[in-house]
Design a binder for this molecule. Structure first.
Ligand code: A2P
Length: 316
């Protein structure tokens, strides 16, 4: 078995760079996917409360532990705090619920899922009303309490990260964002990596299974990109494997989602591919700043968020 490369945190903890994504893994199929992944050699599972499948993942992990197939200390488990639990007093009970669902005593990493706050009713509230720093400080208290080993954020711009880096005593350790050749975000990756913030690439395959609300007719299909097909053919691998190895060679963690055992194994085998400088140059040239997970669901008529304020980008 080929071991995956790692990202080492300041305290020496090691995050296996390749993990299993579980967004849109249905409750009825996620347990077998997690077990297939662990049996194939995955040691990193990326979860979130909002995915609605943490109970099933917890049951799958408990079976693996009980059967002695893997130990808790050999796994890296990430989960994420949903937008409706940003109130500082809600953070501990929400994390405890995730731990109960996953049947775990601690998480390796807990992320703020979006820089977006809502009430339990779903009504969006502004970041002035619910400042990110207050939520962040409540996450830091969870590290002190021993319920998670590391904390970070997801979907944060460099600007929002820089605010946290400036204001927070506990520095963010991870930013999980959409990254693939059509959305390379090199400046954001550079900002993170030069400030000791690890990066995880989500939707590394271009999120072909994203919900209909995020699909529009003119979306380019990443897995059908001819340049990737050419590189894949030259190495005798698949385009998905090229995408995963490209993410690994950038120094990011990467969490391709699959519920199919053959693809789960194929995606792990991507660690054995080596892309040449020429391959990487061809992939770099594919960048077009194209998001699949656009964040449009946070933009409501008269609401507190716009795409420009969400991503801190001038969208012209
Ligand atoms: P499935 O779960 O049926 O295998 P992303 O991580 O970018 O969101 O991509 C996940 C999507 O890509 C899922 O729809 C998944 O479907 C599909 N997928 C995962 N691995 C592969 C692969 N090796 N080749 C093609 N499609 C894949």
């Amino acid at each position: 078995m080929h071991t995956t490369p790692h990202i080492t945190f300041a305290n020496g903890d090691r995050l296996p760079q390749l993990g299993l994504g579980t967004w849109r893994s249905e409750p009825g199929e996620v347990a077998s996917a997690v077990q297939a992944a662990v049996r194939a050699g995955y040691r990193h599972i990326d979860c979130a409360a909002v995915y609605g499948n943490e109970k099933e993942i917890g049951a799958a992990l408990a079976e693996l532990f009980d059967a002695g197939e893997v130990q808790r200390s050999d796994l890296w488990i990430t989960s994420k705090l949903w937008n409706d639990a940003h109130a500082p007093d809600d953070v501990a009970p929400t994390l405890l619920q995730t731990l109960a669902d996953l049947q775990l005593d601690y998480l390796d990493l807990y992320l703020m899922h979006w820089p977006v706050a809502s009430l339990p009713s779903g009504r969006l509230i502004s970041l002035d009303e619910r400042p990110l720093l207050a939520t962040w400080n409540a996450l830091a208290a969870e590290v002190k309490a021993g319920r998670c080993r590391h904390i970070g954020v997801s979907n944060f711009s460099a600007k929002k990260l820089a605010d946290l880096v400036r204001d927070a005593a506990h520095k963010p350790e991870m930013n999980q964002v959409e990254l693939h050749p059509y959305l390379q975000q090199q400046a954001l990756v550079d900002y993170c990596q030069s400030n000791g913030i690890a990066v995880t690439a989500y939707s590394p395959l271009g999120s072909p299974g994203r919900p209909a609300g995020l699909v529009s007719g003119d979306d380019p299909i990443l897995l059908q990109e001819p340049v990737l097909a050419e590189i894949a053919a030259a190495h005798g691998v698949t385009p998905a494997q090229v995408l995963i190895q490209w993410a690994l060679q950038r120094g990011t963690a990467v969490i391709p989602k699959s519920v199919k055992p053959a693809r789960i194994a194929q995606n792990l085998a991507a660690v054995q591919v080596t892309l040449s400088a020429d391959d990487v140059a061809k992939i770099t040239a594919l960048d077009r700043h194209r998001r699949y997970v656009t964040g449009v669901f946070w933009v409501t008529e008269g609401g507190p968020y716009t795409l420009a304020t969400l991503w801190d980008e001038d969208l012209g």
